[in-house]
Design a protein around this ligand. Structure first.
Ligand code: KG4
Ligand code: ZN
Length: 350
């Protein structure tokens, strides 16, 4: 089946075309076209995403990108078997643009409109890599809004093992970057600055590292960063060293908790997804641990770590049999737990 997917949950308009026939042997081959428009330039003057501007820009881009994607694959709308969109979580207005566009298109074509959970898109995106993981695995989901460890036994079989009790890892990167005077989004900028610094000069707290559970806490980090920046205001070299200390603290906690999740579940495959999975020191740390402790670790392609349409079209294609939506009413879910997607176990009472 041929699925057109729309991602509009935050500040990227992503559209992609996935052909499940072509992707039968290697999922990656099913991704036949994609386009992305980032709103980063538009929001950077404000130091963060302005929801109203985000929605308006998605409106301007969705159909333009959809036409481009179809043309580059040599397909026409009548070829589509389904149209997918991110239903949540995310910014309500931004989600409504993707939901409305996709549902309108699906209605006009008489094909199903498939709502997709944004985090399920991230979670499954490593399956679109050249070396995809097999189920079951532990997933470390690290984005701008979420930090979660999940046990994944198959499509739609997700158990939450632990999550952040306050800020997400991406948020910790972004807020620390802001305190260091870096632009938005802060993760890549902080990581670039950290490369010029020494991680050992400052020691930042590792909240909940020894909590004994699989939860995270990152909100204390920004207070510690704020104090360090203030105390070293007269030292021009301090910012790079602070950035290195921030990255060191975040990646150490993420790695330690992911290892603990593998130990608790007895699984030997770890999948890392979401924007922060693009972070090279995190990958290096996890790769070292994987070699030392004999587990396998999988990441999305770098271009599919942050928000994109490919993961939405792909997740919808994997779920298509379970969706029968042709009434074309739709709703968005700005807040939505991924674990709520898990189908009841076979034979379980309703
Ligand atoms: O998954 P994503 O694109 O959007 C959400 O669903 O939230 O993740 C965006 C987050 C931002 O917080 C951004 O700073 C972070 O991912 N990020 C990074 C890197 N690239 C993106 N954080 C650290 N290092 C990176 N290289
Ligand atoms: Zn995301």
């Amino acid at each position: 089946m041929l699925v057109l997917g729309f991602e509009t949950s935050c500040d990227e308009t992503g559209v992609a075309l996935f052909d499940s026939r072509r992707g039968r042997v290697r999922a990656l081959d099913g991704l036949i076209a994609q386009a992305l428009h980032s709103q980063v330039r538009m929001h950077e003057d404000y130091g963060g995403v302005v929801p109203e501007l985000a929605s308006r820009d998605h409106l301007r881009r969705t159909l333009v990108l959809a036409r481009r994607v179809l043309a580059s694959a040599g397909r026409v709308p009548a070829d589509l078997d389904a149209v997918a969109y991110t239903q949540g979580p995310g910014l309500a207005g931004a989600l409504l643009v993707g939901a409305g566009t996709a549902t309108g298109l699906a209605c006009a074509l008489g094909v199903p409109a498939i709502p997709v959970h944004h985090l399920e898109g991230h979670l499954l995106s490593p399956l679109l890599a050249a070396r995809p993981p097999a189920f079951p695995f532990v997933a470390l989901l690290v984005s701008g809004g979420h930090t979660q460890l999940m046990r994944v036994d198959g499509i739609g079989r997700y158990d939450l093992l632990g999550e952040s009790v306050d800020d997400a890892a991406g948020e910790a990167f972004d807020k620390s970057a802001k305190l260091l005077g870096l632009g938005y989004p802060g993760g890549p900028a902080l990581s670039a600055l950290a490369r010029q610094g020494r991680a050992g000069r400052f020691r930042l707290p590792r909240p909940m590292l020894d909590s004994g559970n699989l939860d995270f806490s990152f909100s204390g980090l920004k207070t510690a960063v704020h104090l360090l920046v203030r105390a070293n205001a007269s030292d021009p070299g301090a910012h790079a060293d602070i950035a290195a200390a921030v990255e060191d603290a975040i990646t150490e906690v993420l790695t330690a908790k992911a290892l603990r999740a593998l130990e608790r579940t007895g699984l030997s495959r770890l999948v890392v997804a979401g924007g922060v999975s693009a972070n090279q020191p995190l990958r290096a740390r996890l790769d070292r641990a994987a070699t030392a402790q004999s587990f396998e670790v999988f990441y999305p392609e770098l271009s599919l770590c942050t928000d994109n349409g490919a993961m939405i079209a792909f997740a919808a294609a994997l779920r298509a049999e379970t969706v029968h939506g042709r009434d074309y009413g739709f709703e968005v879910r700005p807040r939505w737990d991924l674990a709520a997607l898990s189908a009841p176990a076979p034979g379980a009472p309703d």
